[in-house]
Design a protein around this ligand. Structure first.
Ligand SMILES: [Zn+2]
Length: 350
């Protein structure tokens, strides 16, 4: 696995808590996607199971480390395609580590991946926790995405947390930890890697073969999160950002009708476009703060409170894409409001 210094630092710190017997039984690893939470949780789990940790990190060579690394990744399928929820015996990986993610639905056919974590998975986990570990050491379960535990599963998990057992560790990994039930959250110790400084992030991106202006733009767009920056570079999101900037300019001046733009946005990565639009507003705000005046690249005069409110709505619209409402209409109305915001605040736009 590629070394990520900002992740390693937190693994070493939390690993020391474990060595001192001060690590809580339930850990919440929360924060934006692209921070390295999954890598952090996996490395910490390996560090806890490792027989011979070095410099606060797993050695990568002992039998436990080798067993841990010999497994499916957490974002690959967690369950057998026949729909069984448990790892079948002989599943590659460390016998004292378990990964809980989306499982397959048995019915109706054709088989489909569930969109939430269900109670059977938590019951099975509790039973597994009760059995003794293979090497007499700790047992660790990683749950991701924890915010998608459904209500029954969350209640079952709460029971497990209320009766902690020695040497059993649970890691809840969530992009949106605030969506977890407060009863669960309050029982967890919170950890997360801290994002690297801009210079460190750029150095790391360079070490991954991404340098120059592209890396810088991607990192800015990714809010300083290096893994997200890499996915932006790989998906050519910088070009898409330019398109969104141009479209918003055209919508503001009335050069293009909001609902015809909405059609175009719907045809190609609509939620990402909304995300980029929000990032654009955020960057406008930052530049304004830095310059002490309104920047001139998008508009001559901008009403920032109004734009901030618009960005909030765009964010909400993005989350509505999980539901079955009429998305094109939603984006159309949003772009109409964008135009209205400009005509009201300045009556002109560059
Ligand atoms: Zn090891």
């Amino acid at each position: 696995m590629t070394s990520m210094p900002w992740v390693d630092a937190e693994v070493a710190r939390v690993g020391r808590l474990f060595a001192d017997g001060r690590l809580a039984h339930a850990l919440l690893v929360g924060g934006p996607s692209g921070l390295g939470k999954r890598v952090f949780a996996e490395q910490l789990a390996q560090r806890i199971l490792c027989r011979d940790p070095r410099d606060g990190l797993a050695c990568g060579e002992c039998r436990d480390c080798r067993a841990f690394q010999n497994r499916y990744q957490l974002d690959e399928l967690e369950t057998a395609p026949d729909g069984s929820l448990a790892h079948p015996d002989g599943h590659p990986g460390h016998p004292d580590a378990r990964f809980i993610g989306f499982a397959w639905k048995l019915k109706p056919k054709p088989k489909a991946m569930r969109k939430e974590l269900v109670i059977d998975q938590i019951r099975e986990l509790s039973e597994w926790f009760y059995k003794s570990s293979h090497n007499g050491g700790a047992k660790i379960a990683l749950i991701r995405p924890a915010e998608l535990l459904n209500a029954n599963a969350a209640n079952a998990l709460l029971k497990t947390l209320e009766e902690p057992q020695p040497g059993r560790f649970l890691m809840l990994i969530a992009d949106r930890p605030e969506r977890l039930a407060i009863t669960l959250r309050s029982r967890c110790q919170r950890f997360s890697p801290r994002p690297p400084s801009r210079d460190d992030a750029l150095a790391w991106l360079a070490s991954q073969g991404h340098a120059g202006e592209t890396a810088q733009s991607a990192l800015d767009l990714a809010d300083g999160l290096p893994l997200r920056a890499i996915s932006y570079i790989e998906d050519d999101v910088i070009a898409l950002q330019e398109a969104v900037r141009r479209d918003l300019g055209n919508a503001a001046t009335g050069k293009q009708a909001p609902f015809s733009l909405a059609k175009e946005w719907m045809a190609d990565r609509p939620t990402l476009r909304l995300e980029l639009a929000v990032a654009l507003v955020r960057n406008l705000g930052r530049k304004k703060l830095a310059a002490g005046k309104t920047p001139s690249d998008l508009t001559a005069r901008v009403d920032f409170p109004k734009l901030a409110a618009w960005a909030d709505r765009a964010n909400r619209a993005r989350s509505l894409f999980d539901t079955s409402i009429r998305h094109e209409l939603l984006i159309g109305e949003l772009l109409l409001d964008w135009r209205v915001a400009f005509s009201e605040s300045s009556g002109q736009a560059a």
